[in-house]
Design a protein around this ligand. Sequence first.
Ligand code: FA5
Length: 346
Amino acid sequence: MLDTLEELKTKALGELKNLNDRSGIEAWRVGYLGRKGALTKILRSLPELAIEERREAGSAANKLKALLEESLTNKQESLKKADIERIMGESRIDVSLPGYPVRLGRLHPTTQILRETSAIFASMGFEVVEGPEVETDYYNFEALNIPRGHPARDMWDTLWVDYTDEKGERPMLMRTHTSPMQIRFMERRRPPIRVIMPGKVYRYEAIDATHESMFYQIEGLAVDKGITMAHLKGTLYEYARRLFGQDRRVRFRCDYFPFVEPGVEMAIDCFICKGEGCRVCKNEGWIEILGAGMVHPDVLRRVDCDPEIYTGFAFGMGLERIPMLKYGIDDIRLFYSNDLRFLEQF
Ligand code: FA5
C-alpha cells in the first residue's frame, strides 16, 4: 500500500506541474481528490486493511491528501498571479503615471464684457434686468413711437415670426433692439428708475466686419425728477473711462430715434487707426457704439408717467463693439463662429 501511495504521489505531482489551465487543474482535482478520485478510493479502502498496515497506510494517505491539497492551492494561486501579470502587461496600466489634466473652459468675451459692464453700472446704482427675445410689434415698435407705416421701421431690418393673428396680422418678431424693455420695465415700476437690460437682438442684416444678424445690446434707462442730458453724458463718459482708460476719446453727435428727444449717438475713436481712417471704422476714424437720448414725453405718457414731473435718459449699446474696441478685434464675425483659436485668447 505504501508503494501504491508513493507511486500515486509521483504521478499526481508530476501531472500537476505540467498543467497550465483551469479546466486541466479541475480535472486533476476530480481525478485524485474528488468523490471517486484515486486517493479518495484508497482512503475509503483503508478499513479493509489489517490493523497494523492500516495505521501506517492511513497516516501516509492522509499526509498525501494534505500534500496534494496544498499543491493544488499553490498551483491555483500561481495561475491567478500569472493571469494578473498578463493583463497588466497587455493593457500597460501604469498606476504611477499622473492623470490627464482637466481642460478648463473660460467665459466667452461677450460674457466677460457683459459682466464688466454690469459691474460698472451696478456701482453707479443701476440694477440689471432681462426680457424676452421674441417680442410683439407693440413693444418693439408701436410703444416706442414707431407705428405701422412709419419710415423709422426701415432703420431695423426685422425678422418676423411666422405667426398670423385673428386679424390676419403678424404681431410677433425677433426683437431688433433691447428698447422694448424700456416699456416693459416702466409698465411695472415707478421712478426713480436706474436699470440696464442686456440681451440678444436679431436683425435681417447684411453681415460685414462690424454687423452681425444676431448680437447683444445693453439698454440703459434712468427716469427720475430732474434728469438731464448732462446725466446721460456724465454716465456714459464714466463708463467709457472705466472700461477703456482715460485716454480714449468719446464723441457725441445728434442722431434720430423716434423714442427719444433729443437723440444722440456716441462713438469712440478707432482703436486700429487711432482716428485716421481704416476698414474697421469705414474710414471715419470713429466707431459708433450706442444710440441714446432723453426719453420722449409720449413714451413716458404711454406708461402713465407724467413728463411734466419726470424726465429720463435711455441708451442702447452694441455689446460686441466694446470688446472689439478694448482688445482690437477687427471682425465681429469671429465672436460666434466658435473658433477656439480666437476664443482661447480671452
Ligand atoms: C438702437 O437699436 C436703439 N434702440 C438704441 C437706442 C436706445 C437709442 C435707447 C436711443 C435710446 P441702433 O440701431 O443704432 O439703435 O443700434 C444700437 C447699437 O447697436 C449701435 O450703436 C451698434 O453699436 C450696435 N449695432 C447695431 N447694429 C448692429 C449689428 N448689425 N451688429 C452688431 N452691432 C450692431
